[in-house]
Each structure stands twice: as structure tokens, then as C-alpha cells.
Ligand binder design. Structure first.
Ligand code: KIV
Ligand code: ZN
Length: 379
């Protein structure tokens, strides 16, 4: 099986569904250019029929980028597909992402329909979209809660109708990792024509399992992951790009690769956080302010001896200059000495011992001791 994992980036579609985080077309184009530099394979640029703004954004993004595939979302409706086709007319490489609900809950309460009719609509949408665009991705919405036998039937039918990628979303973030992995495996074992399409996973984070579920999907054969920068998205968000990419880079034994330029990760994470007014929690994996910060004496001592004692990722790999040694009342002499040397004070052991006592008094009063405080201490 192929060892490349395709990165389908949906910050500009699913990510942008966050209340209060809407972007205008100029901002979306800027982000799309950054995503291209980052090396994503597919940019989901919007849902063109949903608003004139989204339609325009897909047009402008299509003009602005050349390497990634530009993808537009639709429901399984002709008018949505027509709008997507029109919005993608300038794209050098294009994809339509169409689909319909696959779970009985969606079939009954969202569509008031039956499995047979829904399956037929899905197939019809793929066939219709295929008349205009070669690359068609089909999403089986709420696949996480769908009956696997029906899901397998749907996947086989849409591949037969021409889908090149089939997206298995855990729309509500319901699945447990082993359950979701087993669902993907079931499809590989039971869908006759599955080798004719790429299987994609799209996980939401309602139970904090989006990344784990995505990894379970990959481990069972999925070769495309649908992600957003910083994991932003509807409700608790989507699988975060930086987590998946760094998991695959850190666990080389998985033998899987992405085309992501990891050194760009921190920059784009900050940019998207600022533009979308979505602060990043300090302890967010990979990109949070504390992800490479060490404050307890034992850890600081270990890090100063050898970074790998307490870090599994080199911060420079994600574009962060270096780990930070934060001075608090929990810090030890090694950290104090290190920080003083950074601002030009080289002290011998008795001097450090003396300064350390004064430092502790100050650190007990302040939460964090910064460079200004250190200058004051040395005076
Ligand atoms: O979460 C979901 O199911 C989606 C689909 C539209 C792909 O975002
Ligand atoms: Zn989604």
C-alpha cells in the first residue's frame, strides 16, 4: 500500500464554520497561499452555493494557487454541483466534494427518507459531478454512526459511479479509535472496488478523539486525512493538521509520509489564530505557547543536559527557534545560570548560590521571572 498520506486542508471550509471567525475573500486567498507553501495536497476552499462570498472565494483561490487541488463542497444536489463547477473554472487542479448522510439518524430525521433513496441520490450526484470534473470526492456524512453494511454498499456504489476519493467522516466525533479503525478495515475487507479510490478520514473532536481516530483510520488503510490548522472547526473542531503531521514524522516506524514543510507550521498556526480571532490554548500540542516551555527544576536540568530528555520533537522542526526555559519558583540553579548567561552574566558557583536565594524570594512574589527581573537582581 502507498505510504503517502494526502493532506486535505479544510480550514477555509469546515474551519471557517466557527462562529465569529469568518474571513473575507482577501484573507482567504492569503491563507490559501500560505497553505500552498506549507505543502498541503488539497485546499477545500468553500461551499460555493452557500453564499456569494464563498462562491467568490473559491474563484479567487482557484486563480491564486497552482500546486494544490482546489476543492469545492456541495450537497447531493444539481444546483450545488453547478455552482461548484462554475466556481472552480479557473482552478489548475480541481475537485468536487459531494455527498449525503449515511447514518440512519440522518436518513430518517434529516432527510425523512430511506436508505435506498439516499444511496440513489448519492450515486446520481457523483455521476452528475463527473460530467464536469474528473476528480470527485464523495462524503458519507455521519459515517461514524452508520451501519457498516450499508456504508460498504454506499462506498462501493459511489466508486462504481466514478468517485475517486471516498470520505468517511465521524461527523459528530462519536467514535472510539478502535471502533473507527475497525470501520475503515471493514470497508477494505468488504468493498470489492475499494482499490479504485482513496479512502479519506474526516474526524471531529467532540470527545477529544479526532486525532486518535484519524490515526486509527490511517493505520487501517485510509490515505487521505481531512484536517485544519490548530484543529479549528465546528463545535470542538476538526483533527489538527500539525498533530497528524508531527505524529507521522515522530513515529517513523509507521512508514508514512506527508508533503508538509513542517518548518512552516508555527508561522501559519499563528497567522490563522490571529486572522480568525481564535486564541490557541497554551497547552495545545505542537503550537501552544507551552508546547516547548519547561519550568520545573528537574525538567529544566534535564533539558539543559540534553533536549531529548524531555522533548520528543525538535522545536526547530516546526519553526520555533528553541525550547524555552521559564523561570518560576520551581526552577533550579541550572536554569537560572542558563538564563543569566543568555543576557551576559557569567557567574561562578558561589555567586550562583547567592543569587539563587535572592531569585527565589523574587520568584515567590512573581509568577514568572523575566529578563528585566534578572537585570534588577544582578544590580
Ligand atoms: O463533518 C462532516 O461530515 C463534514 C462533511 C460535509 C464532509 O464536514
Ligand atoms: Zn466536518
Amino acid at each position: 500500500m502507498n505510504n503517502k498520506i494526502y493532506i486535505f486542508e479544510t480550514t477555509l471550509r469546515d474551519g471557517e464554520q466557527v462562529p465569529g471567525s469568518q474571513l473575507n475573500t482577501i484573507e482567504k486567498v492569503q491563507i490559501a497561499r500560505e497553505l500552498e507553501k506549507l505543502g498541503v495536497d488539497v485546499i477545500e476552499a468553500g461551499f460555493p452555493i452557500s453564499s456569494p462570498g464563498d462562491f467568490k472565494s473559491v474563484i479567487e483561490i482557484s486563480k491564486a494557487v497552482k500546486d494544490p487541488i482546489v476543492c469545492a463542497l456541495t450537497r447531493a444536489k444539481k444546483e450545488d454541483i453547478d455552482s461548484a463547477v462554475e466556481s472552480l473554472k479557473f482552478a489548475k487542479r480541481k475537485r468536487i466534494h459531494t455527498g449525503i448522510g449515511a447514518s440512519d439518524i440522518h436518513i430518517k430525521y434529516k432527510f425523512n427518507s430511506t436508505r435506498e433513496k439516499i444511496l440513489a441520490k448519492g450515486v446520481e450526484a457523483v455521476k452528475y459531478a463527473k460530467k464536469f470534473v474528473e476528480d470527485i470526492e464523495f462524503y458519507a456524512e455521519d459515517a461514524g454512526r452508520a451501519d457498516p453494511i450499508f456504508l460498504a454498499k454506499m462506498v462501493e456504489a459511489v466508486i462504481m459511479a466514478g468517485a475517486t476519493v471516498v470520505n468517511i467522516p465521524d461527523t459528530t466525533g462519536y467514535c472510539l479509535p478502535d471502533e473507527f479503525g475497525a470501520k475503515i478495515k471493514y470497508l477494505f475487507d468488504n468493498v470489492k472496488n475499494i482499490d479504485r479510490a482513496i479512502i479519506s478520514v474526516h474526524c471531529h473532536n467532540d470527545l477529544g478523539l479526532a486525532t486518535a481516530n484519524t490515526i486509527a483510520g490511517i493505520s487501517n488503510g485510509a490515505r487521505q486525512v481531512e484536517v485544519t490548522v490548530n484543529g479549528i472547526g465546528e463545535r470542538a473542531g476538526n483533527t489538527s493538521l500539525e498533530e497528524i503531521v508531527m505524529i507521522l514524522k515522530t513515529h517513523r516506524k509507521l512508514g508514512l509520509e506527508t508533503g508538509i514543510q513542517t518548518k512552516q507550521i508555527y508561522k501559519i498556526s499563528q497567522k490563522i489564530s490571529q486572522m480568525m480571532k481564535m486564541p490557541i490554548q497554551a497547552n495545545k500540542a505542537i503550537v501552544g505557547a507551552n508546547a516547548f516551555a519547561h519550568s520545573s527544576g528537574i525538567h529544566q536540568h534535564g533539558i539543559l543536559k540534553n533536549r531529548e530528555n524531555y522533548e520528543i520533537i525538535d522545536p526547530r522542526d516546526v519553526g520555533i527557534d528553541q525550547s524555552s526555559i521559564i523561570l518560576t519558583a520551581r526552577s533550579g540553579r541550572a536554569a537560572l545560570k542558563f538564563r543569566l548567561e543568555k543576557i551576559g552574566f557569567k557567574l561562578d558557583k558561589p555567586e550562583i548560590d547567592l543569587t539563587y536565594q535572592k531569585f527565589l524570594q523574587l520568584a515567590d512574589q512573581k509568577k514568572m521571572v523575566d529578563d528585566q527581573d534578572l537585570y534588577f537582581l544582578m544590580k
